[in-house]
Design a protein around this ligand. Structure first.
Ligand SMILES: [Zn+2]
Length: 307
């Protein structure tokens, strides 16, 4: 009964959405790093939002949500959440250690002006798609609603909440070209009825409290809010924390950095140590490991090679 994403649709076919409650997935993020309270809340909201937005994508790959501050002195320089098609997720916030502690979890105070970037990176190696809009809105939910409208032309509403144990959210989307399944009526009446339902759905959803999102099971959230509508619930999906870092990836990064740079770090510190920014696992390379990074791959050039 945890880490659930529950997609749904109105039987009328013109409004869809999802509810998410991340428990363990979220706590795994928090177990790896201590965030100041307001940053923790914002990151939890971003994680819930990523799961919700990715649930509408028909694509096998990774969705990366980034909020980037323009001002390098902003309390939060960058928020990153990665969500894979199987709902495995990881997240991190780059904090400005010198910034004054913040009281508010508002986006405009923690990040300020900047960019909201969503990247879809397909698994099959096809080129990535990236949407970018200016960061606008006092809260993350508003900034993402703006992104969805401007970049994807989808009317979207989000309600997000996070505390030290859960990251939760509710999303509503108006289906494009919503005339719905109302076959008996003429298109204009159907479209007006769809607009009306969309309006009512938003009004009802807006009554949800953070407390309800954080404490109620997702089906119960929907039951309470949308009693007057026929809802079709889809299969529950389960999120999980997973970091995709590996020693091979770090080795690849060090090779990109170049032998000269790696050797200068070794001279200075005796070791090269790289921390994963998501899970904070440390990857350490001693001089022998480092030398191997820049040796020709096995089978090439050695006396026993097949060439
Ligand atoms: Zn990692």
């Amino acid at each position: 009964m945890s880490d659930i994403l529950l997609p749904f649709m109105f039987e009328s076919g013109d409004v869809r959405g999802a509810v998410v409650a991340l428990d363990r997935t979220w706590r795994e993020v928090l177990a790896r790093r201590d965030y100041p309270l307001p940053v923790r809340t914002l990151l939890g909201q971003a994680m819930a939002a990523s799961a919700l937005l990715s649930s509408t994508l028909k694509f096998d790959g990774t969705m990366v949500l980034q909020a980037q501050a323009e001002d390098s002195a902003a309390p939060v320089r960058m928020l990153v959440v990665e969500c894979n098609a199987d709902l495995s997720m990881r997240a991190t916030a780059k904090i400005n250690e010198e910034a004054q502690p913040q009281q508010s979890d508002a986006l405009h105070e923690l990040v300020g002006a900047g960019r909201l970037v969503i990247t879809l990176d397909p698994k099959d190696g096809a080129s990535a798609y990236q949407g970018v809009v200016p960061l606008e809105g006092a809260q993350l939910a508003g900034a993402l609603e703006n992104y969805m409208l401007r970049s994807e032309q989808v009317e979207t509403r989000l309600w997000l909440a996070a505390d030290e144990t859960r990251a939760c959210g509710l999303m509503l989307q108006k289906m494009p070209g919503a005339g719905g399944n109302a076959k008996a009526t003429d298109p204009q009446t159907a479209s007006e009825a769809a607009d009306e339902r969309w309006h009512t759905a938003q009004t009802l959803a807006a009554t949800v409290t953070s407390q309800e999102l954080l404490t109620l099971p997702p089906p119960e959230v929907l039951r309470r809010l949308f009693q007057e509508f026929d809802l079709r619930l889809f299969n529950e999906r389960h999120a999980v924390f997973r970091c995709t870092c590996s020693r091979e990836r770090v080795a690849g990064m060090l090779r990109m950095l170049g032998q000269e740079e790696v050797e200068s770090i070794l001279t200075e510190r005796g070791l090269v140590s790289v921390d994963c920014e998501f899970c904070h696992k440390a990857y350490t390379f001693d001089p022998i490991d480092a030398a191997q990074l820049f040796m020709p791959a096995a089978g090439q050039g050695s006396s026993g090679s097949k060439h």
